[in-house]
Design a protein around this ligand. Structure first.
Ligand code: NDP
Length: 284
């Protein structure tokens, strides 16, 4: 029987701390501000953007939404980012991905000022994470680490396996675990003997994007299992990359979906925005 690490509870504690620090900044005349850009009408993106705006209101940040039509040109989008890079009231800029196919995601990420890049997607921030010298942590992997910390789970010397090597989740996840002295293996679609590798993991992170992909036979008895996936099962119900029903009895700790890594990601975005506001106002 695993202990369930609730992202709802851990993120509430993180947000509470941010709220306190936000109040302190406001007392100094500084109101942290996040600009959220959404292009087109992807329903999932709309849900994510609404949740981020709600989280801003909850911790006391100002949020500005820039909802652009699906036919927005690259130049128009880059123009808006340039404007926001220079806007004093805005400390963080987030452009909700994915973008419509005619827009160049890489150019958009590169255009956001690294000091306002609260998603930590800009190459200079990604490089900073690689060498362990950074302002902003990537939100989803940082959220996973926060969940481990909340239970005082020490990964030093542990065998940590990450399934997935995306730039947004898998790769930075592995790097954060390495920074905490884990021995890390990254698996992907070309990995041979995935089951054999996963079943030796003390800590298993699933960031695959396939519903209930991780089954009990892939999990070591007593492993810590962290589920990043957000998918729909065959009945359209929200589920993770881990087959919770079969894995939970074998794990020592497990994160649920929903209510796991998802709320942590947003809390970490708030943490980065607070940090951006401090940096831009020379408060360390
Ligand atoms: P990507 O699709 O970018 O990456 C998926 C990774 O899984 C790839 O590296 C891919 O390998 C690997 N993979 C796919 N199939 C297999 C397989 N059969 N065996 C082994 N590895 C495989 O997804 P993301 O990293 O962006 O997201 C992963 C999941 O996390 C999604 O469900 C997404 O919705 C969710 N997510 C959740 C967030 C949250 O806040 N909770 C935030 C971000 C994402 P390869 O590189 O070889 O193709």
């Amino acid at each position: 029987m695993a202990k369930i690490i609730s992202g709802k509870e851990v993120s509430a504690a993180v947000r509470e701390q941010i709220r306190k620090e936000c109040d302190e900044l406001k007392a100094k005349g500084i109101a942290p501000g996040l600009a959220v850009i959404i292009v087109g009408d992807d329903p999932a993106s709309r849900v994510y953007v609404n949740n981020k705006k709600k989280a801003c209101a909850d911790v006391g940040f100002v949020s500005e939404e820039y909802a652009l039509g699906a036919d927005t040109t690259q130049e128009e989008l880059l123009g808006l980012i340039r404007e926001l890079n220079n806007k004093k009231e805005i400390n963080g800029i987030l452009c909700q991905l994915p973008l419509p196919a005619h827009l160049d995601e890489k150019a958009v990420i590169n255009a956001i000022s690294p000091l306002k890049d609260v998603d930590a997607f800009h190459p200079s921030n990604v490089g900073g994470i690689m060498i362990g010298d950074y302002n902003f942590l990537p939100c989803t992997p940082a959220g996973v680490m926060e969940m481990l910390h909340s239970e005082n789970i020490d990964i030093t010397g542990k065998n940590c396996v990450v399934i997935g090597r995306s730039n947004i989740v898998g790769k930075p996840m592995a790097m954060l675990m390495l920074h905490e002295n884990a021995t890390v293996t990254i698996c992907h679609s070309r990995t041979q003997d995935l089951k054999g590798i996963c079943s030796k993991a003390d800590v298993l992170v699933a960031a695959v994007g396939r519903p209930k992909f991780v089954t009990a036979d892939m999990v070591k008895e007593g492993a810590v299992v962290l589920d990043v996936g957000i998918n729909r099962d065959e009945n359209g119900k929200l589920c993770g990359d881990v087959d919770f029903e079969s894995v939970e009895p074998k794990a020592s700790y497990i994160t649920p979906v929903p209510g796991g890594v998802g709320p942590m990601t947003i809390a970490m975005l708030m943490k980065n925005t607070l940090k951006a506001a401090k940096i831009q106002n020379d408060i360390r």
